[in-house]
Design a protein around this ligand. Structure first.
Ligand code: AMP
Ligand code: ZN
Length: 442
């Protein structure tokens, strides 16, 4: 099929173009099964029990979704490590965690069927942008506990692309790989893609020496202007990729070739937009907090998860013919979580580290800036009264200790600046600890 001169291709045409009524019927069947899985976890046995839901059969129609209480990140942390596990531990094949969490992480578990379904969703996203087995895919995103690396790796292999598991960083090596193997598709955070472009210029890499056609960019918010800028600079198509570890990771919602919103795969997820204050559902078209229920995971069922991400559903159907509703690109969050180079950081994690050190004084400031295209985290701290600012050696040792401890906690390497007691601004009301100086539309 074609529209606007585009050739659309579908990984699973029957599912992707399923009539709405059939999608909803499928959702209901899968929601009942998901409730049954959930009832095997200590957390939901209690939570759903209180709401009078004793079995999946108690869900009579999709409107009964509203009887299920919300689940929050806080709940997940409280349930750490196994409060949300629904199967015997011996049947778990893998675990993943939210980026940046090293303390009390929000962890999800996957069995063989879960990994299989997840990989299929990512393959659907990749294939829907026009990729084929002839493509060479360089996965420039973190592997490890973070879901982005492994999720895309598996999806791209399923499409049959040649996968280069490069991970992020070291642009010189990235360029070598692109040139040596003829990379056609990249996956990275949007800021890393911008960084790649400036490094290309700096290192004198000719555009003709690489064969790039597309990139998938996600893990952090970015604007339409940023997308256009990356596309213009690198001469490629950029597709927005949205996901979160609580819902498996990538493969939740993705742009098709029309690049007009992200199709939420509604055979795997139920999406709702709620008013974050009243918690009441909002009609399609209105902006609010995205709430997601995972219908495609047995080992860690998570229902009505408050993502804290702000979005809205488009109301018109997409020109590509897919019937799964599209989400508007995420514009922000309803909590104070910071996304620094794609890594989730809560100011409270930083506070916990610095306020736990007796050498640190009473005030600190978290500053976010751009260093070229990349994010830079600066933590400015007042030293305690016993520290002498003119004694360089202990001061350097303290700075290094704070830097190391913070990096161990949040995985980001910050720049630590120490200042005299009483020199950081004191606000009269609620302390303003975060100064985000990153321009919104880079
Ligand atoms: P994680 O659980 O570490 O994968 O982080 C998930 C969070 O990253 C989401 O809840 C969003 O806040 C953010 N995120 C992921 N993809 C995007 C995207 N395409 N646009 C904006 N924010 C995103
Ligand atoms: Zn579409």
């Amino acid at each position: 099929m074609s529209a606007q001169g585009l050739q659309f291709q579908y990984w699973e045409p029957r599912v992707e173009k399923m009539p709405r009524a059939a999608i909803e019927e499928l959702q209901l069947t899968r929601l009942r099964a998901a409730v049954d899985w959930a009832l095997r976890t200590p957390f939901y046995r209690e939570r759903l029990g209180k709401a009078g839901i004793k079995s999946g059969a108690d869900i009579r129609g999709l409107s009964d979704l509203r009887r299920i209480p919300f689940t929050t990140k806080h709940d997940l942390r409280d349930g750490f490590p196994y409060g949300f596990l629904s199967i015997p531990r011996d049947d778990v094949l893998r675990l993943h965690a939210s980026s940046g969490t090293t303390g009390a992480p929000t962890t999800i578990y996957l069995n063989a069927a879960d990994i299989d379904r997840w990989s299929n969703f990512v393959a659907r996203c990749i294939y829907g942008t026009g990729c084929t087995r002839a493509d060479v895919f360089q996965n420039m995103i973190t592997y490890g506990l973070f879901t982005g690396g492994h999720g895309f790796h598996a999806g791209a292999e399923r499409v049959g692309m040649l996968v280069i598991p490069s991970g992020p960083g070291n642009t010189t090596r990235q360029f070598r790989l692109m040139q040596d193997f003829g990379t056609t598709v990249l996956h990275a955070t949007p800021s890393f893609l911008l960084h790649v472009e400036s490094k290309m210029k700096e290192e004198g890499i000719a555009r003709e020496s690489i064969q790039l056609k597309k990139a998938f960019a996600g893990a952090e918010p970015y604007s339409e202007d940023t997308r256009r800028r990356i596309e213009g600079l690198l001469h490629i198509d950029v597709y927005n990729s949205y996901g979160l570890s609580e819902m498996n990771g990538p493969g939740v919602a993705f742009e098709c070739q029309a690049k007009a919103g992200l199709h939420l795969w509604e055979d795997g997820y139920i999406g709702e937009i709620i008013d974050p204050d009243t918690l009441e559902p909002l009609p399609d078209g209105e902006t609010g907090e995205l709430v997601l229920s995972c219908l495609c995971r047995e080992a860690s069922p998570i229902l009505r998860y408050r993502t804290r991400d702000l979005s809205a559903f488009y109301t018109e159907p997409c020109v590509c013919g897919r019937t799964h509703r599209r989400l508007r690109r995420i514009t922000g969050r309803t909590d104070d979580m910071l996304i620094i180079s794609g890594v989730n950081v809560f100011p409270s994690q930083i506070e916990e580290v610095v306020m736990g050190m007796k050498e640190v004084g009473n005030n600190y400031l978290i500053i976010l800036e751009k260093d070229g295209a990349l994010d830079r985290l600066i933590v400015k701290l007042e030293v305690g009264p016993d520290i002498f600012m003119d004694d360089a050696r202990p001061l350097n040792a303290l700075r290094e200790k704070i830097r190391r401890t913070l990096q161990a906690m949040i995985t980001i390497n910050p720049r630590v600046e120490l200042v005299e007691p009483g020199t950081l601004p004191v606000s009269e009301g609620k302390a303003k600890r975060v100064q985000d100086n990153r321009p919104r539309d880079v």
